[in-house]
Design a protein. Structure first.
Length: 233
């Protein structure tokens, strides 16, 4: 995990705001500027996203990175998805956008590149760095525009709606813990029995998540598995 996070941070340090007049680092310098290699200069990099699932890992790694690079300070802000879009647009319009931020939902990279939001990675990373990623990661129109790479994915997209069941609660509800439900009808039936047995102390099914997109993903995947015809992603 540490190696993956190291690679991620390198990517984060180089994917910087190009055309919004960011005021985040002293003297408005960006990685790649002629004088930015001077280790005596104090640089502040602002990072903003909505990745709450990796927030703790990032914060721990940033602290470790700052210990090894005392001239670089990283200010990390993690918002909810709903908060993020409005916040980032306001920051860009005011000319005070963070140095690194993911593309807001509902926007495509090509459009924001034309607006000058991002600069390409060409000349900032080596081909050997790009080759560390699996085939198919860099796609024209997704993270490549006119043959130039502008972003690096943080995660590999995989099905992510998995149901775990508690065998102890199955026993308390009079269900066989070695025979989990195999159909949606059985899932509803078992969930109802467990909820009734719980009498307010535990419930038949709980879907966690403090952000709208997490509920949307769960509903989407359940619908797809139920035969709605909707794709997984």
């Amino acid at each position: 995990m540490k190696k993956i996070l190291s690679i991620l941070l390198v990517a984060m340090m180089i994917v910087t705001l190009a055309g919004c007049g960011s005021k985040n680092s002293e003297n408005n310098e960006k990685p790649g500027d002629k004088d930015s290699t001077n280790t005596d200069k104090k640089i502040t990099l602002k990072v903003m996203d909505w990745s709450d699932s990796s927030k703790a890992q990032k914060e721990a790694f940033f602290e470790e990175y700052k210990k090894n690079n005392p001239n670089i300070n990283i200010e990390y802000t993690c918002l909810t998805m709903d908060q993020y879009k409005n916040t980032i647009l306001s920051a860009i319009n005011s000319g005070d956008a963070p140095d690194l931020f993911p593309l807001p939902s509902g926007m495509d990279l090509g459009s924001v590149v034309k607006e000058g939001w991002f600069q390409p990675l060409e000349g900032l990373v080596s081909d050997s760095f790009k080759n560390m990623f699996v085939d198919g990661v860099f796609k024209e129109g997704v993270n490549v525009i006119d043959g130039k790479v502008y972003s690096i994915p943080e995660v590999l997209q995989l099905p992510n709606s998995i149901i775990f069941y508690n065998k102890e609660l199955f026993k308390k509800a009079g269900l066989d813990p070695e025979q989990p439900p195999k159909t949606f009808s059985e899932l509803r039936e078992y969930a109802k029995k467990i909820t009734e047995a719980g009498n307010g102390e535990f419930y038949g099914i709980i879907e966690g998540g403090q952000q709208v997109n997490r509920w949307k993903t769960a509903a989407h995947d359940f619908s797809a598995l139920g035969g709605s015809g909707m794709s997984e992603f």
